[in-house]
Design a protein around this ligand. Structure first.
Ligand code: PRP
Ligand code: URA
Length: 237
């Protein structure tokens, strides 16, 4: 788990204390939000959340869940014709029309980026480092490897956890400064608070979620959640 952060006076900081939050039911049917209902996803999510799941297994599960999310999030990509010859003769094949960019929000998004690469090996990976200040819950940019010239049909911002929505909203703002025709956001667990914020701030993107949880605690952690997704992937407890 993340260290307990304190404000300057040494008091534990509880930035979400008293902040009104929407219920799960209130955000279940938001436009352009896709919440997985696949039984295999539910099965893997239980193993992922379990506190006894150690980092090697946790990372493996992030990649498996990421591959399922990648299939769901790429289901409506545009195709173009490609004539080929099979050993039996000519046929008109289909291939993805235009490039695909994936922006993992560091560092917890790295496992999901691996999953997307396994599903579509020739994606471009644009690393974006955003770190949430645990006192204010504001996201701070510390690394940006986004190219300035882009030629993509879609870019995906990917991150396991959508908590207050600050990191996701900033990542989409950064992607929107590039001329990308379509932007989507993919996460493993969303809190109703962050999901509503993201959907209201960026109503023009699709949002793919493996599981919608109940709420945020006073520190801004998702309940029941899985703890700190970065620490659990990389063993930095
Ligand atoms: C976590 C998580 C998201 C962010 C979500 O990252 O991976 O990026 O917090 O919180 P938010 O919705 O309230 O912005 P963190 O900043 O802890 O960095 P890490 O990936 O290095 O662990
Ligand atoms: N980041 C995490 O890793 N977990 C949470 O519950 C919230 C933000």
């Amino acid at each position: 788990m993340a260290e307990t952060s304190t404000q300057s006076g040494g008091r534990p900081s509880l930035p979400m204390q008293g902040v009104p939050q929407p219920t799960r039911d209130e955000v279940l049917n938001l436009p352009r939000v896709h919440i997985s209902s696949h039984p295999v996803m539910a099965h893997k999510m239980t193993a992922l959340r379990d506190k006894n799941t150690a980092p090697p297994e946790f990372y493996r599960l992030v990649k498996e869940i990421g591959a399922l999310l990648a299939y769901e999030a790429t289901a409506n990509l545009a195709l173009e014709d490609q004539p080929i010859e099979t050993p039996m003769g000519p046929m008109m094949g289909r291939r993805l029309a235009g490039g695909i960019g994936v922006t993992p929000i560091l560092r917890a998004g790295l496992g999901l980026a691996e999953a997307f690469r396994e599903v579509i090996p020739d994606i471009q990976v644009w690393h974006l480092g955003l770190r949430r200040d645990e006192d204010t819950l504001q996201a701070m940019e510390y690394y940006n490897q986004l190219p300035h010239k882009v030629d993509l049909q879609v870019a995906y911002a990917i991150d396991p956890m959508l908590a207050t929505g600050g990191s996701a909203i900033d990542a989409i703002n950064i992607l929107k400064r590039r001329a990308i025709p379509r932007i989507s956001y993919v996460c493993i667990i969303a809190a109703p608070y962050g999901l509503l914020k993201l959907s209201q701030t960026h109503p023009d993107i699709d949002i793919y979620v493996a599981a919608l949880d109940e709420s945020l605690n006073d520190k801004g952690y998702i309940l029941p959640g899985l703890g700190d997704a970065g620490d659990r992937q990389f063993g930095t407890f």
